[in-house]
Design a protein around this ligand. Sequence first.
Ligand SMILES: Cc1cc2nc3c(=O)[nH]c(=O)nc-3n(C[C@H](O)[C@H](O)[C@H](O)COP(=O)(O)OP(=O)(O)OC[C@H]3O[C@@H](n4cnc5c(N)ncnc54)[C@H](O)[C@@H]3O)c2cc1C
Length: 532
Amino acid sequence: MIEFDYIVVGAGSAGCVLANRLSANPNNRVAVVEAGGPDTSPWIHTPVGYFKTMGNPKTDWCYKTEADPGLNGRSLPWPRGKVLGGSSSINGLLYVRGQSADYDHWRQLGNTGWGWDDVLPYFKKSEDWEANGSILRGANGPLAVSKSRLKHQVVDAWIESAIDAGYLLNPDYNGENQEGVGYFQLTSRHGKRCSSAVAYLRPVKKRPNLKIFTNTMTEKILFEGKIATGIKVRQRGKPFTLTAKREIILSAGAIGSPQIMMLSGIGKADEISGHGIETVHNLPGVGKNLQDHLQARPVYKCNVPTINTQVASLFSQAMIGLQYILTRTGPMTMAASLGTGFLKTRPEIKTPDIQFHIQPFSADSPAAGPHKFSAYTASVLQLRPESAGHLELKSSDPEQHPAIHPNYLATPTDCQTIVEGIKIARRIARHSPMRDLITEEHAPGQGVAEDDDEKILEWARNTSTTIYHPTGTCKMGTDPSSVVDPRLRVHGIKNLRVADASIMPVIVSGNTNAPAIMIGEKASDMVLEDAQ
Ligand SMILES: Cc1cc2nc3c(=O)[nH]c(=O)nc-3n(C[C@H](O)[C@H](O)[C@H](O)COP(=O)(O)OP(=O)(O)OC[C@H]3O[C@@H](n4cnc5c(N)ncnc54)[C@H](O)[C@@H]3O)c2cc1C
């Protein structure tokens, strides 16, 4: 048994922040407990390395969803980082905060302290934006954010065509206004990935009051009555116990955190007792309110080179590798997407409801490798889906993945929005200069007529996939379905908080890494304030 003041479970986007901030005071003895290994693979630090780390059990939990009715019974791979840095070590590097209205909505729901004015200082505190600080952007934080080093003719053409179609150019969607089209910003420095582990953990790993446990699976939380006192862990088959004098903070992500809670007896009593788990506290919201962004992926064949053809020969691959080694530039610095657009499907709505991810490549799946022909992908997703799913235990064995039910495309608005998004992808493709570069629409293709909403929706159900943003499964709030209060304390339990993407009451209108890091920053302050 080893005793600490604070135990952080999970060294992911949020967990690394907590490990750093809580251990800044040498009087706090802090443990961070990570199921995955150290982030030693060079592929983790090479931006384009997500092709090697995703789907690789050394760095990815390799979850799979249950058959989803909204996807005509398809089951999807759901990667999640299992390594220091968590999903920030295997993600697409895209740095997006979401809309100020997202956070104001959280506050409206009763979450005092989470409005845009409250969270902006934490986004700024975390950030080191290469274009310098401003009222809205941070300049001296640990997390490096940079402009894309890679530009591509096809992405430039898409942006110009979107402008020709009437959309606005927006050079900084993390600035005053999210709406418009432009290039993505990345969590990277000098052409290398800046994960949460690189930003927050590496610089402080030698602190004598910080102990980093890797390859250490948290199996359950230990309690005295309704007070969390420690965790039971297993490291390479060997079980042991860690105790926390002050608090345990779950930062195991939107799947790990609710799973650990349910394994420990916090969840819907009749569900967990079915697995022989004794109820510590009946909290029906644990694992519910699962929200994700679903991407539809129209693909257009092109008459100019794209990454598909630029990496086709071994020689060109070698040259690209050499370019990266010598100059840290070129296709190996590529984030998962280059161009983006935050647009509205209906003029009457206040803020964008869809997001594009423009990729100068195409593939049937990440594992399948690029198509043999030159093409780009205009991935489009609905920013604020109404549909919500849930996850539940399959057994009391911590090694067994929970059953994940995403419940995509379950409401008329969600169906209508994805259809409109695909129509906008098609409309932009008809504008100049893109139309002169496109030889054919590969998908949905000619068989899916422009005005046939039913067929477009059917195509979306048959081909869409996750863009890897599960959130909301330990929802923050004050209503009976919430799991943590606005200070992220688990309802009904003492000395236990959750701080990661699972606490989002409603998914944000954008990618979820920057918000998870912001949550880590804000949670750290709350833990330290409450200790006084
Ligand atoms: C492939 C992929 C691409 C993505 N692309 C982007 C992108 O480009 N931009 C963006 O903004 N977002 C992206 N995301 C989403 C974003 O990275 C996540 O939302 C964010 O990292 C979540 O942070 P978190 O702290 O909630 O969880 P995580 O970062 O997932 O951290 C959870 C940590 O807890 C550990 N853990 C879990 N269970 C246990 C246990 N029982 N015991 C010990 N440790 C445990 C995990 O191994 C992990 O390290 C992507 C995600 C993935 C997977």
